[in-house]
Design a protein around this ligand. Structure first.
Ligand SMILES: Cc1cn([C@H]2C[C@H](O)[C@@H](COP(=O)(O)OP(=O)(O)O[C@H]3O[C@@H](C)C(=O)[C@@H](O)[C@H]3O)O2)c(=O)[nH]c1=O
Length: 164
């Protein structure tokens, strides 16, 4: 299937990372926001599972990277996150590039992170923050029988991937 990149998708300094503004549709009842559409992403990124996590103010998750998994994060509040990305793919045209961006309640975005792009996010707001993720690989494989596809950098004091 040929998927054209819509013009509202924003690209940063890292090849194949997509920032997708989330349109929050508000009315008198509250709001609704689409998180994922099959017609937006290349089928190789289509999710096979989803989860939501809550991160307390001041707390960081990551840095992590995946060997095969593409993450599709949605930052929609109620807090703000500082997202850190580093391109660790040796064959990437943007190898070594870094991006830091603030998203969440003040700027709702989905974020497509391909394998080999190291990622971390810190709750920089004052309330609990939710992050939704729809990944294209099952965590720990079918029926949770495989090793987790994850390289964790947060315990390595010599890691080049540091969150301020
Ligand atoms: C990611 C995940 C975790 N878990 C479990 C494992 C553990 O008991 C608990 C918390 O998981 P973790 O410690 O791996 O959570 P965390 O360190 O927040 O891991 C996440 O970090 C961010 C930065 C990412 O990039 C994600 O892809 C994922 O790696 O939830 C699942 O059951 N399913 C899942 O899909």
């Amino acid at each position: 299937m040929n998927v054209e990149v819509p013009n509202y998708v924003e690209r940063g300094p890292i090849h194949d990372v997509w920032w997708i503004p989330l349109k929050v549709r508000t009315d008198s009842r509250g709001w609704l926001v689409e998180l994922f559409r099959q017609d937006l992403l290349d089928p190789k990124h289509h999710p096979v599972m989803a989860y939501v996590s809550m991160t307390r103010p001041g707390v960081t998750r990551g840095p992590h990277e995946h060997r095969e998994q593409t993450d599709y994060f949605c930052f929609l509040g109620p807090s703000d996150f500082e997202v850190y990305l580093w391109d660790a793919r040796k064959t990437s045209p943007t190898h070594g590039a870094k991006e830091v961006r603030r998203v969440g309640a003040s700027a709702p975005y989905a974020l497509l992170v391909p394998p080999g792009v190291v990622h971390a996010y810190k709750n920089v707001g004052s309330v609990e923050g939710l992050v939704f993720n729809a990944a294209n690989r099952l965590y720990a494989g079918w029926l949770r029988q495989d090793p987790v596809d994850e390289i964790r950098h947060e315990q390595d004091p010599h890691s080049p991937y540091q969150v301020a």
